[in-house]
Design a protein around this ligand. Structure first.
Ligand code: NAD
Ligand code: ZN
Length: 385
């Protein structure tokens, strides 16, 4: 881990080593204005389709287009709607129509400028056009900069489930400009911190301790800790992906906090939680489940809950019945022979994948509950502030 913190304008580079599919994640303030010349240096030629949405396109589209054109690229913008609804086959079709009409082929490039929605959608389009054309990520949310732009998972939603249609398609390069985060709504920023905390919990206690020391600065978006946190998060994700590109086993540790997190998201009435918030609650509750199973000491639960709380994230389970929660947890891909494979912490910096039976989870859950069925743990905070 980097002990000192270089200035945010210093360039950091994290390489994802996947043989011939290897690529660099470049992190530097102001990188957006250098996209064109840097693509040129990488030897990427041809037309560029910049896929973005109205909000991000208005804020950052002109800088990227100027940079591309200054380097001699013929670039066009494709606008998709804001939010999760853009991650649909309908929008895949529309983008493909436009690219085919404009004669985009193997020698062309798709550039995703935006959050995880735009990255997943544009990456999927790039993976199927002409059986795969080069793809570049320019992530502009914290979630996208530390998570979704790295690792090559692309895809869209099906009406019956999230991310059901997709492909592995690694980008050629990822350009992270932390300056773009300055316009991110606070809630989206804080939600991204949940995934950052996750990396500390699954892999790196020193990084977790760093987050404990700098969480107040991170909430204020101080440039140095922000750049460091992005780089370290990308390193951890890269190292996990390098060991298991297609999620056979090792990559599942990245799902820490997501078994309960996804369940809360999918229980429709908690739609008020955005993904990172649900993951924050999921991590805190899964750690408590681990404690109840004797897998980790209570200090781990307390320490993690404290960091989550200080980051401004929620940590209490909304009022929910066990059958509802257990049912929603089953929809995950991690059920094998009736047992739910859940990522649980042993200590800060180490997790294990544990097959769980309903009875074990129920005993933990009932321990949280009052006789009327109201959730008791940490009552009083939904932690939005
Ligand atoms: N492929 C993966 O490995 C992976 C991993 C994690 C999440 N995801 C996916 O990512 C998506 C969530 O991504 P997200 O959290 O980035 O959400 P998002 O893409 O919906 O972006 C959140 C909001 O922020 C806006 N926005 C983006 N950048 C901005 C900026 N710089 N300034 C102001 N506003 C900005 C967007 O318009 C949007 O309204 C989900 O669909 C999820 O499934 C994929
Ligand atoms: Zn996540």
């Amino acid at each position: 881990m980097v002990k000192t913190e270089p200035h945010a304008s210093v360039e950091r580079c994290v390489t994802v080593s996947l043989g011939e599919r290897s690529y660099d994640i470049l992190i530097k303030a102001g990188l957006l204005g250098e996209v064109g010349p840097r693509l040129k240096r990488l030897g990427l030629a041809g037309k560029v389709a910049v896929v973005t949405n109205q909000v991000v396109g208005r804020l950052y589209g002109p800088t990227v287009l100027r940079s591309l054109r200054s380097a001699g690229y013929q670039a066009k913008t494709i606008l998709v709607p804001e939010g999760e609804r853009a991650k649909s086959l309908r929008w895949v079709g529309r983008i493909l129509d436009e690219l085919v009409r404009e004669c985009f082929e193997r020698g062309s490039l798709v550039l995703a400028l935006g959050g995880g929605v735009v990255g997943d959608l544009a990456g999927f389009v790039a993976s199927i056009l002409a059986r795969g054309i080069p793809f570049v990520q320019v992530p502009t949310t914290l979630v996208a900069q530390v998570d979704s732009s790295v690792g090559g998972k692309t895809g869209v939603n099906h009406p019956l489930g999230k991310n059901l249609i997709g492909a592995f398609h690694q980008p050629r390069v990822v350009f992270v400009d932390p300056d773009t985060l300055s316009t991110l709504p606070t809630r989206e920023w804080v939600a991204g911190l949940a995934e950052v905390i996750k990396y500390g919990m699954i892999e790196d206690e020193a990084f977790f301790a760093y987050l404990e020391g700098r969480v107040d600065d991170l909430r204020k978006m101080q440039p140095e800790p922000v750049a460091h946190v992005i780089a370290r998060s990308c390193q951890i994700k890269a190292s996990v992906v390098e060991e298991d590109e297609r999620e056979s086993d090792r990559r599942r540790v990245l799902n820490y906090g997501h078994t309960i997190g996804h369940a809360l998201e999918s229980l429709g009435r908690y739609r008020k939680l955005i993904h990172g918030e649900a993951v924050a609650i999921g991590m805190v509750q899964e750690a408590d489940l681990a404690r109840s199973l004797g897998l980790c000491p209570a200090e781990v639960v307390v320490r993690q809950r404290e960091l989550v709380r200080r980051a401004g994230l929620p940590h209490t389970l909304p009022p929910v019945r066990f059958t509802e929660l257990w049912g929603a947890m089953q929809h995950d891909k991690k059920v094998v022979q009736g047992r739910l494979h859940c990522v649980l912490p042993k200590r800060v910096g180490q997790v294990v994948i544990v097959p769980l039976e309903q009875g074990q989870v129920k005993r933990w859950f009932m321990g949280l509950k009052g006789p009327e069925g109201a959730s008791r743990i940490g009552r009083g905070s939904t932690g939005q502030g």
